[in-house]
Design a protein around this ligand. Structure first.
Ligand SMILES: Nc1ncnc2c1ncn2[C@@H]1O[C@H](COP(=O)(O)OP(=O)(O)OP(=O)(O)O)[C@@H](O)[C@H]1O
Length: 280
């Protein structure tokens, strides 16, 4: 679905990506992980044709991205960007409906099918009740969900999400990734950059770790989500345990120095089981 060869890209003449080679198969669900400033957003911007590469090439569904029109590209890939665009005074419904533009007939307007797809997308991410609200009057999480609804309405073959869950609470994260997993089961390729490595381990099949503009680890969750790999990539001690319900790996960070709350909050400690918790 997405093929990246020798990709170098960056800003102001300085390359951030040091030559990335990557293939994402149709129907895969991939988590893109790595420390702050690693190059995840840069990779996604270059992979979607927003940031011109300084070297290498990107193809979508077998076609060079540079040869695709904006409409053709939009039918192949829908993007949920990390940086809040200025959607200003536009309503949520208007922004979500913009996802339908690749299907607009020549000189025609939006039809009933577009209205239905817009409504279905807003309902799916739980922003239907905000349809008439302006984008600049939304909370961070609502704003992110509106942009996700726009990408859903776009009904593209792949969805690329850059930190689309960053402002979401735990329940909304589960909802969003459950929704993405359902889309993926229906055939949509999903690539999501995120910092929540545990969320990635629960929902993605393949994890790609980027660090300093290079791929540091890449493989099925069970192969790469290990204490050794995570500790090396994030340069801090990380333990991996099995999720008690699903058995999937989950990470626990270990504070370098005893955490202030450790004694107080430990079972048996003054604030632990049996204690009332907050004393003064
Ligand atoms: N518009 C820009 N102009 C100049 N440098 C930039 C720009 N955007 C990003 N960078 C730099 O490029 C590098 C990679 O940034 P990028 O946003 O791709 O990282 P990231 O892995 O997505 O980080 P994060 O997890 O913090 O979002 C960083 O050093 C960053 O400072």
């Amino acid at each position: 679905m997405i093929r990246i060869e020798g990709l170098r890209a960056g800003y102001g003449g300085r390359d951030v990506l040091a030559g990335i080679d990557l293939r994402i198969a149709p129907g895969d669900m991939v988590g893109l992980l790595g420390p702050n400033g690693a190059g995840k957003t840069t990779l996604l911007l270059a992979a979607t044709g927003v940031l011109p590469p300084s070297a290498g090439r990107v193809s979508l569904a077998g076609r060079d991205i540079a040869s695709l029109s904006a409409r053709e590209r939009a039918k192949l890939v829908a993007v949920v960007p990390q940086r809040a665009e200025s959607a200003g005074g536009l309503t949520v419904r208007t922004v979500v409906r913009m996802g339908r533009y690749p299907y607009l007939p020549f000189l025609g307007g939006y039809g009933e099918g577009d209205a239905a797809a817009t409504k279905a997308a807003m309902t799916a991410v739980g922003v239907a009740h905000l349809a008439d609200r302006r984008m600049n009057e939304l909370s961070g999480g609502e704003f992110q969900r509106a942009l996700t609804a726009r990408a859903l309405a776009q009904d593209a073959r792949a969805m690329i999400l850059d930190e689309a869950s960053a402002s979401l609470d735990m329940a909304r994260k589960m909802e969003l990734y459950g929704l993405l997993a359902a889309r993926n089961a229906a055939g949509t390729t999903i690539v999501a950059a995120l910092h929540d490595i545990n969320l990635a381990a629960l929902f993605c099949r393949r994890l790609i770790f980027i660090k300093n503009g290079r791929i540091e680890a890449d493989g099925p969750v069970a192969a790469v989500f290990t204490s050794q790999t995570l500790s090396r990539i994030y340069e801090t001690e990380i333990l991996v345990i099995a999720h008690p319900k699903s058995g999937l790996p989950q990470a626990l960070a270990v504070p370098a120095a005893p955490a202030a709350g450790a004694a107080r909050n430990a079972p048996g400690g003054p604030g632990g089981s049996g204690g009332s918790g907050h004393h003064g």
